[in-house]
Ligand binder design. Structure first.
Ligand SMILES: Nc1nc2c([nH]c(=O)n2[C@H]2C[C@H](O)[C@@H](COP(=O)(O)OP(=O)(O)OP(=O)(O)O)O2)c(=O)[nH]1
Ligand SMILES: [Mg+2]
Length: 134
């Protein structure tokens, strides 16, 4: 079984809302709402990967000191096993824009259950509600 390491981030705004991003057409899991992030490249540190992906996908600049680990997902997909640490980030530079996603939205953690997310993401919701409230 191939293990794929993906670094992902819950960006949290001043009202404790979380950013979710809609996966574009033509990619696996198209249309589902995810946490921004991506695959860790060979030799790359996960935190460096996340900072790179947040810049590529959302156009923002994040300092490593502003990333706090929250939890992780471990999920068996048909062709690979996803291991996905999730960081929280409340501080960044720049305006969030959808450079690669179909759409973006800010939601209270309790509302994450109402949007279609990848199956791997479901266990990430309770720790977000614990931290941020519903
Ligand atoms: N970023 C992200 N990926 C997720 C989440 N949940 C989930 O199952 N995945 C899966 C989808 C993909 O199989 C894999 C990472 O995908 P990705 O499409 O973000 O990877 P990437 O940014 O490096 O994009 P690419 O260069 O491979 O196209 O993890 C999530 O919340 N965020
Ligand atoms: Mg990505």
């Amino acid at each position: 079984m191939k293990i794929t390491l993906v670094a992902a981030c819950a960006l949290v705004d001043a009202d404790n809302r979380v950013l979710v991003a809609q996966r574009p057409e033509g990619k696996a899991l198209a249309g589902l709402w995810e946490f921004p992030g991506g695959k860790v490249e060979p030799g790359e540190r996960p935190e460096a990967c996340l900072i790179r992906e947040l810049h590529e996908e959302l156009g923002i600049t994040v300092k490593e000191a502003c990333l706090a680990p929250l939890t992780f997902a471990s999920h068996g997909y048909e062709t690979f096993h996803l291991l996905m640490p999730l960081w929280i980030c409340r501080r960044w530079e720049g305006q969030v824009i959808a450079r690669e996603h179909k759409a973006l939205k800010w939601l209270r953690a309790g509302k994450l259950r109402d949007i279609p997310m990848p199956p791997a993401d479901e266990p990430l919701i309770p720790p977000l509600i614990d931290l941020l409230g519903p």
